[in-house]
Design a protein around this ligand. Structure first.
Ligand code: ADP
Length: 261
């Protein structure tokens, strides 16, 4: 084992109890030679358990790449990714598929619901595919937390955009994943429906103990998080606790003025 990975393991063991996921010296490059792009440049970050973390930064700063690497959806060029006590970067394809299925939940900008299934069938679909029985008490709690009890028999086309995204959030929560990654979850919603989804994400952290990582461009969305990480040129350049919409906006303005000056 290298010194770096020994150190990483020691850090994981120490911080492990409070860390849902971490990136350690993670670099991701695309292409080669003159067209080489460094999307992530030696990123170190710990994502706290049972907390809501937002990732912000200008377009092209590496937000999606960081999220995809943390979620085991993309490979890293160097460094390590951990989810809980599992080193994701050390897994073979089959183990990686199992980890994503059992430990990770996803919410995308496009709701990705199956149109022929009811809301309830969409929520339990990943577990049905995995051959797992949902825990009924937990499912009831999830459905009531996201306020869907009256709509479970409806098909996606019979639901508003906000309600469809609530189904997608419930689907992510239903299997009790260790961590949920949300990629611009309010990007397709009007501000009222967006606010509802953010409230549900917040409640799932506060009431269900869920860990959430959300990529967003929106300072109001980020203000629902406990912490905001700011990326620029593949590096974490700031880290804010207990954000408000005003403090996030102010921080973004300072970035913009630095970038254009
Ligand atoms: P963000 O999500 O902040 O907009 P990304 O993570 O998508 O940023 O991209 C970071 C950088 O990596 C950008 O310069 C982007 O052009 C580049 N990049 C992302 N995906 C690829 C890819 N598949 N091939 C080549 N370059 C990529």
């Amino acid at each position: 084992m290298t010194t770096a990975s020994r150190t990483a393991r020691a850090a994981q063991a120490e911080g492990g109890a409070n860390t849902a996921a971490s990136a350690q010296r993670v670099t991701k490059t695309y292409g080669a030679g003159e067209t080489r792009v460094t999307a992530l440049d030696a990123v170190d970050v710990d994502i706290a358990l049972g907390r809501f973390t937002a990732i912000m930064g200008p377009s092209g700063s590496g937000k999606s790449t960081l999220m995809h690497c943390l979620a085991g959806l993309d490979t890293v060029t160097s460094g390590q990714i951990w989810i809980g006590a599992t080193e994701v970067t050390g897994l073979k394809d089959k183990e990686l598929t199992r980890l994503r299925r059992d430990k990770v939940g996803f919410v995308f900008q496009a709701f990705n619901l199956l149109p022929t299934l009811s809301a309830l069938e969409n929520i339990t679909l990943p577990m049905d595919i995995a051959g797992r029985k949902p825990d009924q008490a937990w499912l009831d709690q999830v459905v009531s937390t996201v306020g869907l009890a009256e709509r479970l028999g409806h098909r996606p086309a019979q639901l508003s955009g906000g309600q469809q995204q609530r189904v997608a959030v419930a689907r992510a929560l239903a299997s009790r994943p260790e961590i949920i990654f949300a990629d611009e979850p309010t990007g397709n919603l009007d501000s009222r429906a967006g606010a509802e989804i953010l409230t549900f994400l917040r409640r799932s952290v506060d009431e269900l103990g869920q860990t959430i990582v959300m990529v967003t461009h929106d300072p109001v969305a980020a203000s629902h998080a406990d912490r905001v990480l700011y990326l620029a040129d593949g590096r974490i350049v700031d880290d804010m606790s207990d954000p408000t919409a005003d403090s996030v906006l102010e921080r973004m303005r300072r970035f913009d003025s630095k970038r254009t000056s």
